[in-house]
Write a protein that binds this ligand. Sequence first.
Ligand code: GAL
Length: 414
Amino acid sequence: MIGRAKGAGVAAVLAATLAVSTASDLPAVADTGPAIAGVAALPPLGWNSWNTFGCNIDETVIEHAADAMVASGMRDAGYDYVVVDDCWYSPQRAPDGQLQADPTRFPSGMAALADYVHARGLKFGIYAGASDRTCAQLGGAYPGSTGSEGYEAIDAATFASWGVDYLKYDWCSTDSSTTRQQAAFTAMRNALRATGRPIVYSINPNSGVAGTPPGATYDWSHIATMARTTNDVSPAWTTLWGEAGPLGVLDILDTHAPTAGGDEAGWWADPDMLEVGVPGLTPAEERTQFATWAMMSAPLIAGNDLDDMSAATRAVLTNPRVLAVDQDTAARPPRSLPNDPQIRVKALADGSIAVSFTNTADSARQMTITATQIGLPSYVVEDLWTGTRRDGAGALSIDVAPHDTAIVRIAPHS
Ligand code: GAL
């Protein structure tokens, strides 16, 4: 097992007393070591077309997104993957079996699009189905049956030849056979390894499958770089249509947080993409998704229309202090306080702690972490949204607006 450092900082004592499980407590489905060497030492940061554009994509949409990643400051804040989701491909493979770009919407081809993205200092990602169909094909929204099962070697080689740096690989079958799933995901892992190109391997074992999501049932850390733990996120606070449908941000948080983070190099549990800036969430709810995803060391894959981003959305997505919590090298999972589970504590690599206070109520609430829980007689507390610092002592109480999340860093006096 290749573990991450688990040093004890000043306030890690507190975190150590709060019980938590991680993905590696689940049954392992593969051998040891990183799935793909040399990628994702920290949670991947990027943008993906699905949450805003769905199947309505073409090369102009992706080029604009790449340009906007640069112009908006997202790239400089650390976001580097531009991922083309479902519906980019022709419904038929080429005569030699290769996947090919849809000739009408991507007339320049995917290699040219990858070049466009790379020329802007960004990395290029693409989507494929792990079974016989992609999810749009499974649901009937897109013609054809171009899943990669049985084509893993040729598809991985094609992607590598196009300059792909990130593969989103989606189960998309109602067959939940664990054996078949693990074989399919392992086959693509092996095919990606064989290309020699460092490609982030992002899997979703849950799509199409009824019942408990397999992504949360097994430890996928040796098969993939990141694996989805729940069904799809939606731009909603709570789940609207039951567990099998799109999930609210709060439900994903409560389901995912207990197994977030990880202790394997190059592996990240994935609570799905960001809905920050996608119409549906209030500004408070957007802050909650971003802050709590950062507490969980989640991959942060923006899903908003980057060409049409408000200053408020950009301020959330590029907040350097909250991003630093996500990218903290210790990658420790957040732990909920027993007396108030919506207060989460994450012990950071430098010995300080990040604390998030999520108010799930519909009215403002004062939320408190006690002096004993902080574990320091006096301290410096930094509001990570604003960067404002002040001295503190004893318990720390914060007024939190409805559905909002306050996030602070508490450090000993230097
Ligand atoms: C879902 C996946 C979404 C998106 C969609 C495309 O299974 O979770 O993020 O990729 O398929 O059809």
